[in-house]
Design a protein around this ligand. Structure first.
Ligand code: ATP
Ligand code: MG
Length: 411
């Protein structure tokens, strides 16, 4: 066995794993395009400040999960742990803050130093949808509806529930923070160390704690609803109205606050009970301060990210690629004609390959083994007559066909 193994928390995508993975991304890409999103791609690593500022210094991700390293020039770089901060940085550095709204679809690898387990990796992949530059609850509803449609198209919507909450506007949140600090201060003795450290700076993060002891205390913590200002309450009502109109079922959950620091108003998660404790497949919300953190003007945004690995595990295996037609030249002189035939078939949209290893018998065996549907055997005498032997590998029947008709007959 080789002493070279994949790095802990990373995995190769081959065979069915690869098919599942790319099916998720292609489905999301197709749905997002129908919803009017354009796909962006940004670098895998960024100036560390993009994430340190963007995600907030009390988030788990920034406190303990970032892959940060000095490059050879001494600059501090970070492998992106999520897509949103890079997208907002790109909006600003590409001068797009005057061309709003921008509707962005994103897919790619993300990196977090976490304890690897089922559904949790150090290199994982997200699909991501963002509307940059709209403060209307219509945008929130549309973003969520897009996510729901992707889950439907993947055949997993019946296994997921949309849990919805609001974090209100600044004023609502300030009042809520004060209420939370008061409540948690009475329970300091039983809070985890992480939560104690966050209590003063960002008590909302305590509500999101995964610590079992914290969770018990959080159960009876106040919710934001009593603290919502009338405009914040109206925003939340509108969102629910639009979601209902879009036919997206949801359940209110006042404990959803999301892991990163930058959210306001809408916060939501699509959760499943089929993946154990890695139950959140998609999460997002509204964030109004992030573009400013990147040096741009105040720009209200809303979006979500979903874990491709978790969606891959939830869904049924997608169909395998259609079976190939394998073209087998008998002897070197037939190779040229074989290339012509394989080219013609490919132009006609037929998955076609050349059998290029071993004698004719070996090539036939190989075509059978790989599950090809037909083999086209091209010998010199046949080529001279303009015909080929076509063997149907599913039935075993063999027939002679004119080379000029192969594409239509095999379609
Ligand atoms: P969790 O609570 O599971 O740690 P999170 O709040 O850190 O999730 P987000 O930052 O909101 O997750 O990322 C959005 C989605 O990306 C998650 O809902 C999940 O599906 C996926 N995800 C996050 N971290 C990982 C990981 N380490 N491995 C695989 N998927 C992940
Ligand atoms: Mg996490």
């Amino acid at each position: 066995m080789s002493d070279l193994q994949p790095v802990r928390g990373t995995r190769d995508l081959i065979g069915e794993d690869a098919r599942r993975h790319f099916h998720v991304i292609e489905t999301a890409r197709r749905v997002a395009s129908i919803f009017g999103y354009d796909e962006w791609s940004t670098p895998v690593f960024e100036d560390t400040r993009v994430f340190a500022r963007g995600l907030g210094d009390t988030s788990d991700v920034v406190m303990k999960e970032m892959y940060t390293f000095p490059d050879r020039g001494g600059e501090s770089l970070t492998l992106r742990p999520e897509a949103t901060a890079g997208i907002c940085r790109a909006l600003v550095t590409n001068g797009l803050t005057q061309s709003l709204p921008q509707k962005v679809f994103y897919a790619g690898p993300m990196f977090r130093y976490e304890r690897p387990q089922k559904g949790r990796y150090r290199q994982f992949h997200q699909i991501d949808v963002e509307v940059l530059g709209s403060d209307s609850p219509l945008a929130d509803a549309e973003v969520i509806s897009c996510g729901w449609t992707i889950l439907q198209e993947l055949g997993v919507s019946q296994d997921t529930v949309l849990e919805l909450n609001t974090l209100g506007d600044r004023e609502s949140r300030d009042a809520y923070r004060a209420a939370l600090i008061a409540y948690f201060s009475d329970h300091k003795a039983s809070l985890s160390e992480d939560s104690l450290a966050r209590l003063e700076r960002n008590p909302l993060r305590v509500v999101d704690s995964k610590d079992e002891g914290d969770k018990r205390i959080v159960q009876d913590a106040p919710t934001i609803h009593a603290h919502l200002t009338p405009p914040a309450a109206a925003f939340y009502d509108k969102l629910q109205e639009h979601l209902t109109r879009f036919g997206v079922p949801f359940k209110e959950n006042p404990r959803i606050v999301r892991g990163l620091d930058y959210y306001s108003h809408t916060a939501f998660e699509f959760v499943t009970n089929r993946l154990g404790s890695q139950g959140t497949v998609m999460g997002g919300g509204r964030y109004d301060g992030l573009v400013e953190e990147m040096g741009g003007p105040h720009t209200p945004c809303v979006g979500w990210a979903a874990g491709v690995e978790r969606l891959s595990m939830l869904m049924q295996a997608p169909p395998v690629a259609p079976a190939s037609v394998v073209v087998i030249p008998v002897g070197d002189p037939a190779e040229g004609a074989a290339l012509d035939v394989v080219q013609t078939l490919r132009h006609a949209g037929i998955r076609a390959e050349i059998g290029f290893r071993g004698n004719v018998k070996r090539r036939m065996e190989r075509a059978n083994k790989q599950g090809a549907r037909a083999a086209i055997i091209l010998g010199e005498t046949e080529i001279a007559k303009g015909v080929a032997q076509v063997k149907n590998l599913l039935t075993g029947e063999q027939a002679e066909m004119p080379i000029s008709e192969l594409a239509t007959r095999l379609k």
